[in-house]
Design a binder for this molecule. Structure first.
Ligand code: FUL
Length: 670
């Protein structure tokens, strides 16, 4: 295998044609290639947040809170190995600054905790367990540090950060990936730290030359969401805007590009980048990172929200089978163990993946390719007719990513042909499901390509059928439940789903609605659940300190499924709401904006006040949200004392936005 540089320069007179051909000649570096073939890897988030029930610690938690009672890294890594994971990245230091190893450069570490009498080292235990189970070991070291006083004193902090990197890269054996989080919510008035990325990267290349540097780094790109979603069209070659020379090893940076963009590698995107003055095209593959639970850290209230197998299998298919690598997070609990529910699900996922790829029904079949009118037709004749429901295509990425569109046609036992599906990019691996058919041959038509296609593998499989949980929505008081075509649905209100669902129905009350789908072939699906708040039909916004932006309405933030209310300010905004009647509520529900760019200016901190008469007010709750720009999940928070009153005053104290605020949906429930 020949590894050359992974980028090429864009010239001002490049035509669309030459640009696409150039893109197709770019290939991964050796470390990028090795990383891509790992396919399934795990993230482990563990630290003070595990014990304080937070997602983003603010760095003030006492090290004494870190007190796992039965920590067993062998249980974590052993389970992951059994489930088929190939690598693990540990949150050695998250944004709160607490170090899971005995760093010499700060006292905010496990050494100051009661765990193992201050003699323990989680990083060591995980790295050792990885070696034992043949798992690769990677480190997450948060650049944003909310504890350390040096943060913001740029040079001193950079020294400190490099010292920490050196500890992690020299004391624990081989490291395959260094993961730099881009998150920081200091805002316009926060501390300004100038990270010396060039220095970090050159240190890593020097100490761990085989490691890829991810996310805020030159080797691996963030997919752009934390929900496990991929793109239909996922190109590993994308425009890069800056080139830095770093000793012998030059690298490029994606500055000027946004990993959240819907399209970053298509022909149109490359042309647009050229116009914008991007200098290069570089191999910069995507990684899908998502958690097995809603949060990245363990919260006991999420014990029954471990993603179900159908959801995880789908995430696996769109990530590993969508030209990316999957990094699935499993957070150890307060005992220091993977919770039983997560272990069960991981083993189910492992068994599913093994079953789904157990037998390649096309193996040993005859392969023939011909080209006609610019379409490459690859016919694969099966050794014997077989029932299949998925095709897996792989390009030889060491010859570049070339395929831009394809069609899959099945030949049936009676000799007739039928289109099974179409797709855009292939890249390292593409898994395309189709409805089950008995096939004698499959024909892959490559209809659009940057250079003639080079398939490394074409496989046919019969994957186990999994029925997804039904999706429950309420629109204008009407509940609509949907499931896979042909499945029967049962639902329940505040109880077991045992009533047959016959169509949309009215439901104005606050409740938990559960639903399950069923087909004779698969049996019951996992249960889908949705909590609805009190009806807001009689709510009105009486006043607001700020006017929303043009095209945005004040009432949107209290209207079912409406977009967020947008303001072009980050000053505190106060809304006064008349609830129409006296309401008693134990909790409030916040549905943040889920679509970029609104996600960037989601709510950060808030105050909720209550009043009987709209004149004298008492604070019911003050709080803050973590990580809503990246992981915009519904939040349900209990009031400190129950909310009682007819009037509600809501203050956006801070937004995540630098110049604007996008206020999502406010509602109340029992
Ligand atoms: C995000 C962080 O802010 C989360 O807490 C988590 O670590 C995730 C993997 O990356 O940006």
């Amino acid at each position: 295998m020949q590894f050359t540089q992974n980028f090429v320069r864009i010239e001002p007179d490049d035509t669309r044609e030459t640009l696409l051909q150039k893109a197709a000649t770019v290939v991964p570096t050796e470390r990028q290639y090795r990383w891509q073939t790992m396919e399934l890897t795990a993230f482990i988030h563990f630290g003070t947040n595990t014990f304080t029930d937070r997602e983003w610690g603010d760095g003030t938690a006492s090290p004494s809170v870190f007190a796992p009672t039965e920590l067993d890294a062998r249980q974590w890594i052993g389970t992951l190995a059994e489930a088929g994971f190939k690598g693990v990245i540990l949150s050695c230091k998250h944004h709160d600054g607490f170090c899971l190893w005995q760093s010499r450069y700060t006292d905010y570490t496990v050494a100051a905790s009661p765990w193992r009498d201050g003699k323990g080292d989680v990083v060591r235990e995980v790295a050792d367990a990885c070696r034992e189970y043949g798992m690769k070991f990677g480190v997450y070291l948060s650049p944003w540090d909310r504890h350390d006083a040096r943060y913001g004193d740029s040079e001193r902090y950079n020294d400190f950060f490099c010292n920490q990197l050196t500890e992690l890269l020299t004391n624990y054996g081989e490291v395959y990936e260094v993961w730099f989080d881009g998150a920081c919510a200091e805002g316009p008035n926060g501390k300004k730290q100038e990270y010396d990325w060039a220095r970090y990267y050159s240190l890593i290349r020097h100490l761990a030359p085989d490691a890829v540097i991810s996310i805020s780094g030159p080797d691996i790109r963030w997919i752009g969401n934390e929900a496990g979603r991929g793109r239909q069209e996922e190109w590993s070659v994308v425009p890069m805007y800056r080139c830095e020379q770093n000793g012998d090893d030059g690298y490029l940076l994606f500055t000027g590009g946004d990993p959240k963009d819907r399209d970053i590698g298509s022909a149109a995107a490359l042309m647009a980048a050229k116009e914008k003055g991007s200098g290069y095209l570089s191999w910069f593959p995507a990684q899908v990172d998502t958690s097995i639970r809603p949060g990245w850290f363990y919260h006991s209230k999420e014990d029954d929200q471990v993603k179900n197998l159908a959801t995880l299998a789908e995430i696996y298919r769109v990530s590993v089978g969508g030209n990316t690598q999957l990094l699935l997070n499993i957070p150890p609990d307060r005992r220091g163990l993977f919770h039983e529910n997560d272990v069960k699900r991981l083993l189910e996922l492992g068994a599913y993946i093994r079953a789904a790829s157990a037998e390649d029904l096309a193996e040993g079949g005859a392969l023939q390719t011909e080209e006609e009118n610019g379409v490459y037709r690859t016919t694969l004749t099966l050794p014997k007719p077989a029932v299949c429901n998925q095709i897996t295509l792989m390009e030889d990425i060491m010859q570049g990513q070339r395929i831009a569109a394809f069609r899959v046609i099945g030949r049936l036992p009676d000799g007739s042909e039928k289109t099974l599906g179409t797709g855009k990019t292939v890249g390292y691996k593409k898994m395309l499901p189709f409805s089950e058919e008995t096939l004698t041959a499959v024909i892959v038509e490559t209809t659009d390509y940057r250079l003639p296609p080079v398939y490394r593998h074409i496989g046919l499989y019969r994957t186990p059928k999994l029925l997804a949980a039904p999706v429950i929505r309420r629109q204008k008081g009407m509940v609509v439940i949907t499931a896979e075509e042909g499945a029967a649905i049962r639902y329940g209100i505040n109880g077991r789903p045992n009533r047959p669902y016959e169509g949309p129905f009215e439901l104005a009350d606050s409740c938990v609605l559960s639903a399950v789908a069923h087909t004779p072939e698969t049996g019951d699906s996992p249960i889908g659940q949705q909590r609805f708040g009190f009806s807001r039909r009689n709510w009105t916004i009486l006043s607001s300190t700020h006017t929303p932006m043009a095209g945005s309405a004040l009432a949107d933030c209290i209207t079912e499924n409406a977009p967020p209310t947008r303001f072009d300010t980050t000053d505190p905004i106060t809304l006064t709401i008349d609830l129409g009647e006296r309401v008693t509520a134990g909790r409030w529900i916040f549905d943040p904006a889920t679509q970029p760019p609104d996600t960037e200016s989601n709510l950060r901190s808030y105050r909720i006040e209550m009043s009987e008469d709209g004149e004298s007010w008492t604070t019911a709750l003050e709080g803050e949200f973590d990580n809503l720009p990246n992981n915009p999940l519904r939040q349900i928070r209990p009031f400190a004392t129950p909310f009682v009153g007819r009037y509600l005053r809501f203050t956006v104290v801070k937004s995540f936005g630098m110049t604007s605020t996008a206020l999502g949906q406010i509602s109340l429930c029992e």
